[in-house]
Design a protein around this ligand. Sequence first.
Ligand SMILES: Cc1cc2nc3c(=O)[nH]c(=O)nc-3n(C[C@H](O)[C@H](O)[C@H](O)COP(=O)(O)O)c2cc1C
Length: 256
Amino acid sequence: MARNAPIGADQTGMTPTPASPVIHALSAAEREGVYRAIYGRRDIRAQFLPDPVPDELLARILQAAHHAGSVGFMQPWNFLIVRDRSVRAAVREAYVRERDRAAEFYEEPRRSLFLALKLEGILEAPLNLCVTCDPERGGPHVLGRSAVRETDLFSTCCAIQNLWLAARAEGIGVGWVSIIQPAEVKRILNIPERIIPVAYLCLGFVSEFPDQPDLARAGWRARLPLCDLVFADRWGQPPSADLSGALGSVQQEARW
Ligand SMILES: Cc1cc2nc3c(=O)[nH]c(=O)nc-3n(C[C@H](O)[C@H](O)[C@H](O)COP(=O)(O)O)c2cc1C
C-alpha cells in the first residue's frame, strides 16, 4: 500500500479527503505494524535464545534509537555494546548484590516473590548494551534545557524506547536491568566520570514474546485502567463522557 494512502473513515472517524487533516496518516497496514510493535513489545528476561544478533540488524535498531527526539537536538546518547562474557559476568555479580539489597525493602511474603522473579538475562542474552547520557554534549547552554536539567536524560530514554520498539519489529527481545548500582556499571565498563549510564539492556532473539508483562503474570502488579489516568483541564478532573468511552474501547482493543 502506498505511503500516506488515505485511510478509512471507520478507523479515524474522519473523512480522508485530500484536504483532510488525516492525509499524512500512515496506511492501515503501516499503522497496524506500529501498534503491533507497541503492544507486542515486552521486557524480556527468560526467553532469550543464544543465536547471535547480526550486525546489520543491530545497526538498524541503533539507527532507530539515534533518530529519537532530543532536547536542543543534543543527541546525548552513546551505545556501549557488551559481548565479552567476563564483562557480562561482572555486571551480573553487581546485579545480584543490588538485588539482594533491594530484597530487604520488602516484607514477607513479597520478599520471597521478589527473589523468585527473573529480573535479568545478562548472561543468557548474546548481547548487552549500555545506553549512556553525556550531559555536556552540546555545551553548557543546551536549547530547551534551561528549566529542566533532566531533559538530557529524558532524551536518552526516548532513544531507548525507539530501540525497544525497533527491536520488537525485528523480532529481538530487550530487557532493561536497572537493579545495578550505576557506579558499579561505570567501574566495570570504564565509563568516564561525567557520563551517566541510563540503561543496561539485554538483547537477543527470543523463544516467544509473552502477551502480558512478566510482573502482571507473576501477580506482582496489574496494568492500571487508562481512563483513571487521564484528566481534563485540571488535575483530578475526569475527561468528557465521550473520551472516557473511547478510552474504555481502546483498552479492549490493545490485544497484543
Ligand atoms: C526504567 C526501567 C527500568 C526497568 N528495570 C527492570 C529491571 O531491573 N529488571 C526487570 O526485570 N525489568 C525491568 N524493567 C522492565 C519492567 O519491569 C517492565 O517494563 C514492566 O513490568 C512492564 O512489562 P513490559 O515491558 O513487558 O510491558 C524496567 C523497565 C523500565 C522502563
